[in-house]
Design a protein around this ligand. Structure first.
Ligand code: GUN
Length: 279
């Protein structure tokens, strides 16, 4: 019977650890502060930002919310980031994406000081990861490493296949698995004979963005399957990129959707915030 990797429980455990750390830091006179900027009122972004603020409150991190109008100019946003970069009482800065079309996201991400880049999106953070130096790591792939480690799943020497090559998930995921001494293959939409590639995987990370695309015929018997996708199906029910019911009997461990990778992203964001305060 496959092990169900419980991301909700593991993220709760991480949040408890961080809560203790933050309390100890407070006792030493160190306060952790995250600035969260949202431009406009995109409904999904509002939910994500709300969840981040809630997690901060739970752990004891101070959050400063900047809810800017949809028509905020790029210059105004850059000026706010510049101000937050210079403030000693702000440790982390997060600009919720996507931004309205008139703002250049790349320019905004680059404006955040790498020392406060708790999302790990700045080119300097990504470059540091690439060459094995210290820096913030993108939260979803960092969370997946924690899911594996805290479930007792070894990475060293394993065949790891990542499907997806986004800057936020696929690429940093591949680099982190490599850092853990996995043998890593990155597959993507142009990969020829995808099943042939994924069937080699001891650990398969799926970030394709297509509901239930990965069925058991992509899976090696006994593989560990990590599902990054989240979608709503016809019945308004949440599902992932993996056909969970179909894959369950052939894998050795799997993350459910919801309750797998999702909760880990915020837990790792909180972890980055605590690290940004110098702990
Ligand atoms: N939009 C969707 N996911 C994220 C995230 O992890 N960070 C930011 N800043 N924006 C997002």
């Amino acid at each position: 019977m496959a092990k169900i990797i419980d991301g909700k429980a593991i993220s709760a455990q991480i949040k408890e650890e961080l809560k203790e750390k933050v309390a100890a830091m407070k006792a030493d006179g160190i306060e952790v502060t995250l600035a969260v900027i949202q431009v406009g009122k995109d409904a999904a972004s509002s939910v994500y930002v709300g969840n981040k603020k809630k997690a901060c409150a739970y752990i004891g991190i101070r959050s400063l919310a900047y809810e800017l109008e949809e028509d905020t100019s790029q210059e105004e946003l850059l000026a706010l980031i510049e101000d937050l970069n210079g403030r000693n009482d702000v440790n982390g800065i997060l600009v919720q994406l996507p931004l309205p079309g008139h703002i250049d996201e790349d320019k905004v991400v680059r404006a955040i000081s790498p020392r406060k880049d708790v999302d790990g999106f700045h080119p300097q953070s990504v470059g540091a990861l690439c060459i094995g130096q210290k820096g913030f790591v993108s939260c979803t792939p960092a969370g997946i490493i924690q899911l594996l480690k805290r479930s007792g799943i070894g990475i060293e020497g394993k065949e790891c296949v990542v499907i997806g090559r986004s800057n936020i998930v696929g690429k940093p995921m591949a680099l982190l698995l490599l850092r853990e001494n996995g043998t890593v293959t990155v597959a993507h939409s142009r990969t020829k004979d995808l099943k042939e590639v994924t069937k080699r995987a001891d650990i398969l990370i799926v970030a394709v963005g297509k509901p239930k695309m990965i069925t058991r015929d992509y899976i090696k018997e006994g593989a560990v399957v990590i599902d990054v996708g989240i979608h709503r199906n016809e019945g308004n029910k949440l599902c992932g990129d993996v056909d969970y019911e179909d894959v369950l009997p052939v894998c050795s461990a799997i993350t459910p959707v919801p309750g797998g990778v999702g909760p880990m992203t915020i837990a790792m964001l909180m972890n980055n915030c605590v690290e940004s305060a110098g702990c």
